[in-house]
Design a protein around this ligand. Structure first.
Ligand code: SF4
Ligand code: SF4
Length: 366
């Protein structure tokens, strides 16, 4: 084939493309790199959903979205929940997010090169700017969760996290939006959803982000999905952001060394969050972490929770075992060199009491 003929053939690829082959390519591309579930939701399957199901927001004229999930390393989850090793899972978590972003961009670029403009959605940390408070409304460009459930990558669990057939909620979701009219997959059957309302996700959340009684329903593509109502996002900001994290019974904590009181009412969270942002700034640096755009002064964020996600496994006994790891291994304090360490409740109280007021004020209100 001469150069001109090759160019002509390439130019007509979108019209002549074999959609069965291209659809299979998307599965192969992602599964080769470790995806444990892949699916495709057409724009019709996302119709009528919340604004973050609008594919045109990132790519005008998009025909569908490819959804996929990459799992976390389960051994590192165990050590993290047991408060034996913080850095192992934290690093795995942030890296998995970056790998998912890379795969999304890589597949989008592949599809674009063969004639179908596409958009790789970042795994995390990107928010719409035109909402009333911009980035601080934490509204994603595209919701990975909604697309994943419609594409059959997983189900909603009671927590509102997406739970997968093999790895529970211990995954990172990725999305590629494309103008290629790929062959859509089917959502998973509700009857096969193993979430049995064990509520361990809710019990493990020291911020009370998920309501224990109220439920939210979201309708996407004519289907209703119901899960625990979500309260103020500032709850998760305060606890998962690492500012504080002691359980109400005082017997266990997240990886946060903070002891600021966790309020009850939604409206109390923002003032406490602002107070904690300032008070915690002089804390010694923790190894690793992630630069999140919502944090002031280009500060790094360290992962200290994730419990609602990390506990959730297809087997109920495994969830219970993980919950035990989380709640029977003491509370976390921070040493002067920045190291986080789990100690007994009594030792933690002693450690805080021994600090001078200046240092202690980084961890609790005096
Ligand atoms: S922890 Fe239990 S209640 Fe929560 S999502 Fe998982 S299975 Fe459902
Ligand atoms: S990550 Fe932690 S604080 Fe945030 S909702 Fe889950 S359990 Fe609650």
């Amino acid at each position: 084939m001469d150069e001109a003929a090759a160019a002509e053939q390439f130019a007509t690829i979108p019209e002549n493309a074999d959609m069965k082959g291209l659809t299979q390519l998307c599965y192969d591309f992602l599964e080769t790199q470790g995806a444990i579930a892949v699916g495709i939701a057409s724009r019709e399957m996302l119709e009528g959903g919340p604004p973050s199901t609008d594919l045109d927001y990132v790519l005008e004229g998009a025909k569908c979205a490819i959804s996929f999930a990459l799992p976390f390393d389960e051994e590192k989850i165990d050590a993290y929940l047991a408060k034996k090793d913080h850095g192992g899972h934290q690093e795995d978590n942030f890296r998995t997010n970056f790998i998912v972003t890379g795969l999304s961009v890589g597949l989008a670029s592949y599809l674009d090169q063969v004639g179908f403009p596409s958009f790789g959605v970042l795994a995390n940390g990107v928010y719409r700017k035109e909402t009333p408070r911009g980035m601080y409304d934490f509204m994603p460009d595209i919701s990975h969760r909604y697309v994943a459930v419609r594409a059959g990558v997983g189900w909603f669990g009671l927590s509102g996290n997406v739970v997968t057939k093999t790895h529970g909620a211990t995954i990172v979701l990725g999305t590629v939006v494309t103008t290629a009219p790929l062959i859509p997959s089917e959502p998973l059957s509700d009857e096969d959803n193993y979430c049995d309302d064990c509520k361990l996700c809710l019990t493990s959340c020291t911020s009370g982000f998920m309501d224990k009684k109220e439920k939210d329903t979201v309708t996407i593509g004519g289907q209703d999905y119901t899960y625990a109502a979500r309260k103020s996002f500032h709850r998760c900001d305060l606890v998962c952001g690492g500012f504080t994290g002691l359980a109400k019974n005082g017997k266990w904590s997240t990886w946060s060394p903070g002891r600021f009181e966790i309020p009850d009412a939604d409206e109390e969270f923002l003032p406490v969050l602002i107070e904690c942002l300032g008070a915690s700034e002089p804390r010694p640096s923790i190894e690793g972490g992630f630069h999140h755009p919502a944090l002031p002064n280009y500060r790094k964020i360290n992962m200290t929770c994730g419990n609602c996600q990390l506990l959730c496994h297809p087997e109920r006994d495994e969830r219970k075992r993980r919950f035990k790891l989380l709640t029977k291994n003491g509370v976390v304090v921070q040493r002067e060199d920045g190291t986080l360490e789990a100690v007994s409740v009594e030792d933690a109280k002693e450690s805080l009491a021994e600090m001078n007021p200046e240092r202690r004020a980084m961890y609790e209100r005096l």
